[in-house]
Design a protein around this ligand. Structure first.
Ligand SMILES: NC(=O)c1ccc[n+]([C@@H]2O[C@H](COP(=O)([O-])OP(=O)(O)OC[C@H]3O[C@@H](n4cnc5c(N)ncnc54)[C@H](O)[C@@H]3O)[C@@H](O)[C@H]2O)c1
Length: 289
């Protein structure tokens, strides 16, 4: 019970990683404020928490709207009595090619993934400073802060921004006894990432499992466990960090490497053969030092 008597607010707590986190922090002993735009999801999370005897309240808050975020934190402090942990988790994905990206999709993604994290952290930090008990803030970035692609560049931009904002904020928050860190999940099986994670037993999932060194897709509880560490007593000296948690997939073989008939794979093999021939030619010259 590392968080006995503490209070945590989780944005996007009505689904996926946010729900897993809200439930985990409650199991660690905390009472929870679940903030979301989806109140059905938020209520479901709150009932899961109440089932094992913790207090849970729900607040409708769009993280892109400053008054709603401020109100959510005010409700949390008023109804649950304090604020010790804030998790800026709410986020969306709006992938598209640079030719086709709609301005509205770009704007929504920036408003929620970047401005939403800023507004959440600002509201949390103001209250933690004023209450004077320090605090722990965790922001959900992504593996996509490090890797990107033709359809994920805009999502990546927001997630890289989160990792960098956290480093700057750590400088100012530390003297108030507040730590702040970013987490970079890999592929976690949630409604947001279902197209990437695929169905259990299906071809996408099997391919993903084969390419992931740990041999399985990520679960919300994997991320929640790391958040629990950051929020608990052992996390006291950790601030300004970005922690990747992806089962090792960042450096895994690309999917095409598994199909020898793929023309791209054949090209790679040709280049490898040329490279090997060149190496054999040069090696005696290298050895003749
Ligand atoms: N699932 C993954 O593989 C993965 C990987 C890396 C990072 N992430 C990040 O983790 C976070 C959680 O994602 P998830 O996979 O659990 O997604 P999810 O879609 O299952 O859950 C997201 C929750 O956020 C809420 N939400 C969306 N917009 C909101 C807004 N404007 N204000 C308040 N709440 C809002 C949704 O209603 C939902 O309950 C996101 O920031 C996402 O970018 C996910």
């Amino acid at each position: 019970m590392t968080l006995e008597g503490k209070v945590a607010l989780v944005t996007g707590g009505g689904s996926g990683i946010g729900r897993g986190t809200a439930v985990r922090l409650a199991r660690d002993g905390a009472n929870i404020c679940v903030a979301d735009i989806d109140m059905d999801g938020a209520e479901e999370t709150a009932s899961m928490i109440r089932e094992f005897g913790r207090d849970a309240i729900t607040v409708r808050a769009n993280v892109a709207a400053k008054p709603q975020v401020q109100e959510a934190f005010d409700r949390c402090v008023k109804d649950l009595g304090r604020l010790d942990v804030a998790v800026a988790n709410a986020g969306i994905g709006r992938g598209a090619s640079v030719f086709d990206m709609e301005l509205k999709d770009w704007q929504d993604q920036v408003d929620i993934n970047l401005t939403g994290v800023f507004l959440t952290v600002q509201a949390a930090a103001q209250r933690m400073r004023d209450l004077g008990n320090g605090g722990r803030i965790v922001c959900i970035s992504s593996l996509a802060a490090l890797n990107t692609g033709a359809n994920t560049w805009s999502y990546s931009a927001t997630k890289a921004g989160v990792a960098m904002m956290v480093r700057g904020w750590a400088q100012e928050l530390g003297p108030h006894g507040i730590t702040i860190n970013a987490i970079g999940p890999g592929v976690i099986d949630t409604p947001l990432a279902h197209a990437l994670a695929g169905d259990e037993g299906g071809p996408i999932r099997t391919n993903l499992e084969q390419r992931t060194p740990i041999g399985r897709v990520g679960r919300p509880s994997d991320i929640a466990g790391l958040i629990s560490f950051m929020a608990g007593p052992d996390g006291e000296f950790m601030s300004g960090s970005y922690v990747l948690i992806d089962g090792g997939i960042r450096d895994a073989r690309p999917p095409m490497a598994e199909d020898p008939n793929d023309p791209r794979v054949q090209e790679i093999m040709r280049h490898q053969a040329t490279g090997m021939a060149r190496r054999e030619k040069l090696q005696p010259l290298i050895d003749a030092r």
